[in-house]
Design a protein around this ligand. Structure first.
Ligand SMILES: Nc1ccn([C@@H]2O[C@H](COP(=O)(O)OP(=O)(O)OP(=O)(O)O)[C@@H](O)[C@H]2O)c(=O)n1
Ligand SMILES: C[C@](O)(CO)[C@H](O)COP(=O)(O)O
Length: 228
């Protein structure tokens, strides 16, 4: 079976809005519903686990009623960090499904609503071959490391900008998330890598942006209209 854990329990502090960004309107539909629907439409995915914060449970129920939204998802509750939210999503899968050797789990940011079925399929194909993959794109900017007064150019062909979904063999991901949380864990690949596993890179898509700042909603709207 192929699972996706969609993490949507963040507060969206950089967006600076009262409502967490995943619930904001994008072309008349909340961001998170776009994200879920793309996975629901993908023939690659068997089960969707949506992780939201416990405080937003009633809001989510009301939102589904208001939007006549019936896409089937399993609901799990998030934690204070993305790591904790993914861990809770994984716990839900372990409690409700019998995981086997042919099972794979993708983790995707609820705040990345421009995800296509072909990109999801490509990500899983990579995972079948390599067991642990991230979607990523090479930097198109020149890159320097260091601080504002002391820095060096680096070879941008060695720099990859990482996206989600990130897909892993189920056993590998569940073992990785038994580790203690580390501040250097910024995504799922960094957690799996800490176990000593290699991560393969699968070509991402420039349109697969993460909504982080207010202007990203306008960019997402542009991309959504482009792919319609
Ligand atoms: N405790 C958390 C923190 C983040 N996320 C999710 O992880 C994804 C990527 O995180 P990010 O863009 O950083 O979201 P926020 O943490 O909400 O944003 P910010 O850092 O601006 O507060 C988002 O879909 C977010 O909802 C989560 O499920 N649980
Ligand atoms: C997981 C992620 O989206 C991959 O690019 C990213 O690391 C999330 O980072 P954020 O600081 O939580 O936005």
């Amino acid at each position: 079976m192929n699972f996706v854990i969609i993490v949507a329990a963040g507060t969206g502090s950089r967006m600076n809005s009262d409502l967490p960004k995943q619930f904001l309107d994008l072309n008349g539909v909340p961001v998170i519903m776009h994200t879920i629907d793309h996975f629901h439409q993908s023939s690659t995915i068997s089960e969707i686990i949506l992780v939201i914060s416990k405080e937003m449970e009633q809001f989510w129920t009301d939102l589904c009623l208001k939007q006549h939204y019936r896409t089937p998802v399993h609901l799990a509750f998030g934690g204070d960090t993305r790591f904790a939210s993914v861990k809770n999503g994984l716990a839900y899968i372990q409690e409700n499904f019998e995981l086997g050797t042919n099972d794979y789990i993708a983790v995707h940011d609820g705040a990345r609503p421009i995800i296509s079925s072909s990109l999801i399929a490509r990500a899983f194909q990579g995972a079948y071959e390599h067991q642990a993959i991230v979607l990523a794109q090479k930097s198109i900017e020149s890159v320097r490391t260091g601080n504002s007064t002391s820095n060096n150019a680096v070879d941008r062909n060695q720099v990859w900008l990482v996206q989600t979904p990130q897909v892993f063999h189920a056993d590998l991901l569940t073992r990785a998330y038994c580790q203690k949380e580390d501040p250097l864990f910024t995504d799922d690949a960094s957690v799996v890598e800490k176990l000593g596993n290699r991560i393969a890179i699968v070509e991402g898509d420039a349109k697969n942006i993460k909504i982080t700042y207010p202007q990203d909603l306008q960019i997402a709207q542009f991309y959504l209209n482009l792919i319609k």
